[in-house]
Unconditional design. Structure first.
Length: 383
């Protein structure tokens, strides 16, 4: 490799590291397009950075190096006592769907604010959430916690009260603090899922749909707010509510063809011409099944997904509500450090962030000019 080539490689890798620090992660194809080089070149750069211990390779890109990686002492990854001001613990219920962008956002913001973030993965079980949280409490020098336990039911109320009793600030990420718990200390940052769903309903109505259904996967905590926003929007627009509404769909499980056929038949029987589907993979499965059955999307059935992790890969690409996941993580860190800086004199903050609707081909009927809107959204996604 010539001296010039080495210089260009260093510049690319510095650019990659700048983006990882700012956003928590990078995507190979996006970086390659911006820098005008091949994806193979960017993969080689990421491999080199990973070998230096600066990033972690993941499918399709890289993230900041994690404190839970093999070979790293717990909580010590990237820790420099000379520059670290705070140590923050974070417990999330999953490290695959939905949560990685939140973790990346929190990690990037913590790095900017001279904080060390120690991550622990849990499950959606409240007892496991508490065990993982207790493990962080036992780490010397811990200043505060970001957690995401299930807050529903009696167990959820008990968890909220326990968090309120801890001797350090606590911020809940994508979890609401129920008034029935009677707690005042914990803070929270959540996506306004009801508002996002209501925007999806209004979009479908503006596209000519009067009968708009809802399909949700039951174990998603997001579901209750999606249902609330959907029903509220139907009512405010004066639209009929005797449409398809199914909670507990599993279009990725055995027997899914029969289940999707049943949904399609119920749409036909009730005159439902559009559906909102939580989450994305279920929406893609339904879209593919419709096309296999000769049902045109969006002409016969329009589809809007909720989450927007993989909706763009549908054919046609699926319109989706996108929660601001990275900003949830960033704001959780901001809230926690603001409390640490200001002390108990700062009132508890309960923050709601607005999601965005990204309009694509799956929701626009023929005759509705979707070209400008779709192009605008796709341009934003590639920026």
């Amino acid at each position: 490799m010539s001296a010039g080539d080495q210089l260009f490689a260093l510049q690319r890798r510095e650019r990659i590291m700048d983006e990882v620090r700012e956003h928590g992660s990078v995507n190979v194809s996006d970086v390659a397009a911006r820098l005008g080089v091949s994806e193979l070149t960017i993969r080689r750069d990421i491999n080199a950075l990973a070998q230096q211990g600066l990033v972690t390779r993941v499918h399709g890109g890289a993230t900041l190096r994690s404190s839970v990686e093999t070979g790293l002492a717990p909580g010590l990854a990237g820790h420099d006592p000379a520059v670290t001001k705070y140590t923050i613990g974070m417990v999330v219920p999953s490290l695959d769907y939905y949560w990685p962008p939140i973790v990346n956002g929190a990690r990037a913001q913590a790095a900017q604010l001279r904080a060390r973030l120690i991550l622990r993965a849990s499950t959606y079980d409240v007892r496991d959430n508490r065990r993982q949280t207790e493990s962080l409490l036992n780490i010397p020098g811990m200043h505060g916690l970001i957690v995401a336990p299930d807050t529903s039911g009696d167990a959820g109320l008990e968890m909220l009260r326990w968090l309120d009793s801890l001797p350090m600030p606590v911020v809940l990420a994508e979890r609401r603090i129920r008034s029935a718990a009677g707690v005042h200390g914990p803070e929270s940052v959540v996506t306004d899922h009801a508002a996002g769903t209501a925007e999806a309903v209004r979009h479908l109505h503006a596209s000519g749909h009067e009968r708009i259904g809802l399909l949700t996967q039951s174990e998603y905590p997001t579901g209750r707010y999606v249902r609330r926003g959907w029903r509220s929007a139907l009512t405010s627009l004066g639209l009929p509510t005797d449409v398809v509404q199914v909670d507990g769909i599993r279009f990725d499980a055995p027997g899914r063809e029969r289940e999707m056929d049943d949904v399609i038949e119920r749409c036909r029987r009730t005159g439902t011409t559009a559906v909102i589907v939580l989450p994305d993979p279920q929406a893609i499965a339904l879209e593919q099944h419709c096309l296999d059955r000769g049902i045109r999307v969006p002409d016969d059935l329009a589809i809007v997904a909720y989450d927007d992790d993989v909706a763009r890969f549908g054919d046609p690409a699926i319109t989706a509500v996108r929660p601001p996941k990275q900003f949830v993580g960033r704001e959780a860190v901001n809230l926690l450090i603001a409390r640490l800086e200001a002390g108990s004199n700062r009132p508890a903050h309960r923050v709601k962030l607005s999601p965005e609707l990204h309009v694509r081909d799956s929701s626009m009927r023929a005759g509705v000019d979707a070209v400008e809107t779709t192009s605008k959204n796709e341009a934003e996604e590639s920026a």
